[in-house]
Design a protein around this ligand. Sequence first.
Ligand code: TRP
Length: 334
Amino acid sequence: MSEQGKKLIFSGIQPTGTFTLGNYIGAISNWKTLQDEYNCIYSVVDMHAITVKQDPAKLRSNTLDAYALLLACGIDLDKSIVFIQSHVKTHAELSWVLSCTTQFGELTRMTQFKDKSAKHSDDVNAGLFTYPVLMAADILAYNADLVPVGADQKQHLELARNVAQRFNQRYGEFFTLPEPYIAEVGAKIMSLQEPTKKMSKSDENPNSCILILDDKDTIIRKFKRAVTDSEAEICYRDGKDGINNLMTIYSMVTGKNFDEITKEFAGRGYGDFKLTVGEAVAEHLRPVQEEFARIRADKQYLKECYTSNAEKALKMSQRVLSKVYRKIGFVDAR
Ligand code: TRP
């Protein structure tokens, strides 16, 4: 629990180029909403990103893009802290300590490690294996109460809880056990080409995925090609995965509910619907894109933001780390 009795939220996002519409609707717009009710700390996790091979120049620009995009999406630095993970050294330091309360067996059970080591079989590095320990350190360095994560990160969060619990048992109650935060309106955005799969920018088919920085023509073209079904009815129903996904997206960007959408499109065709959804999404993303362009071009401002926020994060996490060092028996450095 942090100042003013508000609960503390921590979440991280990898700097993998631009975000998808799925990231935006499913995660970042939630992060924005949470700012009013909680103390929020958000991190662009470049240290997690290097667990797979990265081009250095690209990683640098992707990290700045991600940072600027978070601000453009409405994360407000008067309310929240947003920092670049590698700027705050306590994460790596705490990660080492926690790796000594994490069991080898636990890490081998992580499904993401199994998936990623199969996918990057030429580079199954130790960082990929201990990735969840660094993630636990991110969260525990602030004694966060709540962590908004998608389904794919649940197992990692569970591990963070187990590691915290084991530390507490060994050294005395200290870490808060972080809870997953499940959004009330948790919308999962699916691929436009295979609507039973999650929208992902690593998809081979670029038409399956809308990127936040796609221009209007690209967005509309991708929606026009979206896979639907052989019926001609715009309603939310089991088995209509493509239409359900388009309805979800349209609902998220317009605020209309499914009944309203069904009424709006009664008697109209899928082509018409897809075009309308595309236009609505483009319109919804326009202010974010404009704001992104403005912030990203202002290098001085960006730098002020990420340096001052890293200082705040360092101060908070250093307090936790110092206590951890004392608890485990390290000699005070000062
Ligand atoms: N592993 C997360 C992902 O890929 C990103 C992440 C890193 C994170 N550290 C975190 C998420 C701490 C929540 C809390 O999505």
